[in-house]
Write a protein of this length. Structure first.
Length: 573
């Protein structure tokens, strides 16, 4: 590479570094609203049996290695469990790892990759708030005292991840050690929902355009309120702050009594809150719903910020990550399993839908979600799926005490309208079926075009770019990268431009979750993720770049991981 080209690339790297430093100072350069959902926690376990549910323990943000003990009741047998570890990343741009053991058994090292994270057991949202979960740990949890330890890449050479541990939380569903036949074990119905919703205002500096003000939990299934002796709700938050009001509502009833809920245990458990509420009198026969509220617009000015007296109306940011509802029955309510099945396509997970959906020609992945709304059981059931009366899937699967089984289904679809039917049968759970109509469209067809770059904010931006280059910190960085001999060359003037890139979907089907990348002189500079683009529509994305004056080669690439479409051109900047 020639010296001039090398200088351009290095200057671009410096500009990116400046943007990063400025963003860190501002404290609110990126916002990801939540995973797997921004507006709700996902139901991951539900059942009815004789036993109980253990949830514990909270601590506070602490350096790794961090050890937590759990006092599971004596003389019980754990039937289902999930272990959670909260990790603070510092920013979503930093990467690292977490490694966890439970009762001396290694659960493995898990990569924490921030905005690039694709681990199925990692919920990462906001500015690097991680909620990691471990399934299949029931056999590792014992009656009595249990110990879990988590360590992270914090302190490792070259690591940038903050890596402190919020806490380690265990949820364990257990029955009496004799298998639940002991009459002293009450019959309960339980629900466990988790996720990592990032409830936030307009950013720490007030410059972010988006807000996320609430998240909900729908506790599907039915109970008989008159047969409930007691019902308790346990919730876990990360990143709450004392003195900033937030609210928790169950079936429309304020559980906090008008006081803030996520307050770091009144200052004792910084970074995490684990709280339990008695909700017996609020329980409904069906459609029980929990609502996490970041705040309330008390002065009715259309936003949750400050009231007329300058007092905070809500949390700046808050992460509800866990909700557990347990109802203890007076007498036996459920005697048999009650299996139900639904078909989901990508993007509608957790939604009860019977109306038609749109798919694309070729291979599609659907999900059959089987839920047990009756008596908990461990055993086999048969799942069959057909398309227009032709069987496309038939398999014996196993239900466990989570009461929920999600089975991916691959289907090679042809253009037109098709009817899919899913059916489940079990010796102890009867039979259930669902039918949905799907419209199969021709696939999406993306194209990309670079439009004419325009100066960003005119000469003012150019002047700022030049001044930024000449700051002492950046000058020292250039000295190191270029060497003293090259410092004799005249420093080029930097200019800031906005490069508009048009993406068009010329197919019938919507294009989902694809990336648009911009290359400058052969180097990838920026990538944007586009979540949705309808068939026949176009969208324009703006890329901000800082370059040295002169001719540069610009290239835009859409959907690099699929069927690559690109456009390239040279411009005089």
């Amino acid at each position: 590479m020639k010296k001039k080209s090398l200088l351009v690339v290095l200057l671009l790297l410096v500009a990116v570094l400046v943007a990063t430093l400025q963003a860190q100072t501002a404290g609110a350069s990126y916002s990801f609203d939540g995973t797997p959902y921004a507006d709700k926690l996902d139901l991951v376990a539900h059942g009815n049996f004789n036993g109980g549910v253990y949830v514990g323990e909270s601590h506070k943000l602490a350096d790794p290695p961090f050890t937590q003990t759990f006092a599971v009741p004596e003389n019980v047998r754990v039937k289902w469990a999930r272990l959670y570890v909260g990790v603070w990343g510092g920013t979503e741009r930093y990467e690292g790892w977490v490694q966890t053991t439970l009762n001396g058994q290694d659960l493995g090292k898990t990569a924490l990759r921030g905005v690039n994270d694709e681990n199925p057991n990692v919920y990462c949202s906001g500015h690097g708030v991680y909620w990691v979960f471990y399934d299949g740990v029931a056999e590792k949890v014992k009656a009595g005292l249990n110990t879990a330890t988590a360590t992270t890449s914090r302190g490792e050479r070259g690591n940038q991840l903050d890596g402190r541990i919020y806490s380690i939380i265990l949820v364990a569903v257990y029955e009496n050690g004799d298998g639940g036949a002991n009459a002293k074990a009450p019959e309960i119905s339980f629900w466990v929902a988790d996720g990592n919703a990032n409830l936030h205002g307009q950013g720490w500096t007030g410059k972010l355009a988006t807000t996320n003000d609430f998240a909900s939990v729908q506790f599907d299934g039915s109970v008989e309120p008159a047969n409930v002796a007691a019902a308790n709700l346990t919730v876990v938050y990360l990143a709450g702050n004392p003195g900033e009001p937030d609210y928790l509502e169950f079936n429309g009833q304020d559980l906090g009594g008008g006081e803030e809920v996520a307050n770091c245990g009144d200052g004792e458990t910084y970074g995490i809150d684990l709280k339990t509420f008695e909700v017996t009198k609020f329980l409904q026969a069906t459609e029980n719903r929990l609502l996490f509220l970041r705040g309330k617009d008390t002065n009715h000015d259309g936003k949750i910020d400050t009231d007329d007296e300058g007092q905070q109306e809500g949390e700046h940011y808050l992460h509800p990550v866990l909700a557990v509802l347990v109802a203890r029955h007076e007498s036996t309510e459920k005697v048999l399993p009650d299996l139900s099945v639904r078909l989901e396509q990508e993007g509608e997970e957790g939604q009860e839908r019977e109306e038609g959906g749109n798919l694309t020609e070729g291979e599609n992945t659907l999900t059959a979600v089987v839920t047990n709304y009756g008596r908990s059981f461990e055993g086999d059931f048969l799942l069959k799926v057909s398309a227009d009366e032709s069987e496309i899937y038939s398999q014996v699967l196993q239900m466990d005490y989570s009461g929920i089984k999600k089975q991916p289904l691959r289907w090679n679809a042809t253009h037109g309208t098709h009817t899919l039917k899913a059916e489940v049968t079990a010796d102890s759970g009867g039979k259930s079926e669902v039918q949905r109509e799907f419209f199969v469209l021709s696939s999406s067809d993306l194209s990309v075009r670079i439009l004419t770059p325009v100066p960003a904010n005119g000469g003012e931006a150019e002047e700022k770019a030049e001044k930024t280059l000449k700051t002492p910190l950046l000058q020292r960085l250039l000295d190191f990268l270029l060497g003293k001999s090259e410092q004799a060359e005249a420093e080029p003037e930097l200019v800031k431009y906005s490069v508009p890139v048009e993406v068009k979907n010329e197919g019938e089907a919507a294009a989902r979750n694809f990336k648009l990348a911009l290359y400058l002189d052969g180097e990838k500079t920026k990538t944007k993720k586009i979540e949705w683009l309808e068939g026949g529509e176009s969208a324009t994305e703006e890329f901000s770049i800082v370059v040295a004056e002169g001719k540069h080669h610009v290239r835009a690439v859409v959907d690099e991981e699929g069927r690559v479409k690109e456009n390239e051109i040279s411009f005089d900047f």
